[in-house]
Design a protein around this ligand. Structure first.
Ligand code: NAD
Length: 477
């Protein structure tokens, strides 16, 4: 059993102010795999004070030097990638091969993009030819609280920490209490990279404790949050009293519009994307909307693809699906599958209960529902598990209307060979991201949502801007 009870504060691993143990459960076998501490107000205050003290020197460190430190951090992160994959796989259940390729890979990809963006960024930019003596100066906002979820731990931590560091902010990271091991390993890497004491701090805790203390703290200048829309609302309220900036990356309920002229891999690609990371991705295409003329065939293919997905423990190598993160999620997903059945959706793959032969661990059957209607619970709620809902549409207008009929607006997907339709759909879909015909996002593309999916943009230059103030200076010599 791993024991890691200290927090990283002011450049040193520090004992918590009060002992409050928390067990991390291995979702593949439901056994405790680590003990950490949950912090209290004194730990939060110490970390915020360290970040506040470190801010003036870090903010005035030349940006090239800050970027050089992040490059060093990225190199250490790449070198220690296998260790990181082990930590992620153990704590949140991503299969080990997927953890080392996708989960760890996402972190280095984001750091690469932010380093590039930092080099290209116009830190002091002219306003335009019409105003030759005006300059727009970008300055770090100050002390940032970074609160992250467990589902893609390094994806989110790298996006926030690397952007904050390059921007010149100092920070306190509170990772999810479900996935503290990877975050603490990341803190070790920050230390190894020689980032000055107090610039980066880590305190473990839960939302009601350290999370809320950070969002309400008078010396925290901004909150960068990734997690559920439910917590995003609480955080916005908590941050309101001190009027701090709040950048939110929240939930999603992505639609995947498959038109009759889509390529022949579109359905398979959509099912596998929905099941990736055991369905625990904010941008998962969970609502597959299929043009009526190819609907029956698409349902048949989707069921076959889901049935071909194998499920196994996270420490087994190979291309399979792991468990979901914890008992709460397991129970919630089981309930939602039952609700789908009760509300009249047609179950064509999976269902309630564990997959055969897996009696322990938070394993869920890859599940597909057909004949889902827009009013059903499974079409509206973020399930955050391997559950796909398939719906039929008759024309483009109806497809776009159904896709937009949600409180969320993170990522939508479109599959068609018709370029004019692709462009119309890209403009009509109310989401921060639209991905077409299986083409993934390019390096440095902004990640973020509309509506109740949040207001932040992470990655590349937009990710830097989240941590920057804009100062207008006139009369520049
Ligand atoms: P969560 O909201 O329960 O927790 C996320 C983090 O917030 C954790 O660190 C938690 O301790 C903390 N927290 C919870 N309540 C808080 C409060 N009141 N004040 C301060 N901190 C609080 O979410 P989760 O279950 O860890 O993650 C899954 C959710 O995250 C899903 O809804 C998913 O869609 C979303 N997500 C969004 C993105 C994105 O970029 N848009 C990316 C990944 C995950």
């Amino acid at each position: 059993m791993i024991e890691k009870k200290e927090f990283y504060i002011n450049g040193a691993w520090t004992a918590p102010a009060a002992a409050r143990d928390h067990e991390v459960i291995n979702p593949s076998n439901e056994e405790p795999c680590a003990v950490i501490s949950l912090g209290d107000q004194a730990d939060t205050d110490a970390a915020v004070a360290a970040a506040k003290r470190a801010f003036p020197a870090w903010a005035s460190t030349p940006v090239e030097d800050r970027i050089a430190k992040v490059e060093k951090l990225r190199d250490i992160y790449k070198r220690r990638g296998e260790e990181m994959a082990q930590a992620i796989s153990l704590e949140m259940g991503a299969p080990i091969d997927m953890a080392s390729t996708q989960q760890v890979g996402a972190g280095s990809w984001h750091m690469d993009a932010l380093i590039k963006a930092g080099r290209e960024f116009h830190w002091v930019a002219p306003l335009g030819d019409h105003a030759p003596n005006d300059r727009i100066v970008h300055e770090p906002i100050g002390v940032a609280a970074m609160i992250t979820p467990w589902n893609w731990p390094m994806n989110q931590i790298s996006l926030k920490v690397a952007a904050g560091l390059i921007a010149g902010c100092t920070m306190v990271l509170k990772p999810s209490e479900e996935s503290p091991l990877s975050a603490m390993l990341f803190a070790e890497m920050v230390d190894e990279a020689g980032i000055p004491a107090g610039v980066f701090n880590l305190v473990n805790g839960d939302g009601a404790g350290v999370g809320s203390q950070l969002t309400a703290h008078p010396d925290v200048d901004m909150v960068s949050f990734t997690g559920s829309s439910r917590a995003g609302k609480l955080i916005s309220k908590s941050a309101a009293d001190t009027l701090k900036r709040v950048s939110l990356e929240l939930g999603g309920k992505g639609a995947n519009l498959i038109f009759a002229d889509a390529d022949d891999k579109a359905v398979k690609r959509g099912v596998l994307h929905c099941m990736n990371n055991t369905g625990q991705s904010c941008n998962a295409p969970t609502r597959m909307m299929v043009e009526r003329s190819i609907y029956d065939k698409a349902v048949e293919t989707a069921a076959e693809v889901a049935q071909s997905v194998t499920v196994a423990a996270a420490d087994q190598s190979g291309n399979h699906m792991g468990p979901v993160v914890n008992k709460t999620q397991f129970d919630k997903i089981q309930d939602l599958i039952q609700t789908g059945i009760d509300e009249g959706a047609r179950l064509v793959a999976g269902g309630t209960g564990r997959p055969e032969g897996l009696n322990r661990g938070f394993f869920i059957k890859p599940t597909v529902f057909a004949d889902v209607t827009p009013d059903m619970t499974i079409a509206r709620e973020e399930i955050f598990g391997p559950v796909l809902s398939i719906m039929a549409f008759d024309n483009e207008e109806q497809a776009l209307e159904m896709a937009n009929d949600t409180v969320y607006g993170l990522t939508n997907y479109v599959q068609t060979q018709d370029p004019a339709r692709l462009k119309r759909a890209a403009l009509a879909l109310r989401s921060g991201m639209v991905e077409m015909n299986g083409k993934g996002r390019g390096l440095g593309s902004p990640f973020g949502g509309m509506k109740q999916s949040g207001n932040g943009r992470e990655g590349g230059k937009w990710g830097l801007e989240d941590f920057l103030e804009v100062k207008a200076v006139s009369g520049w010599p």
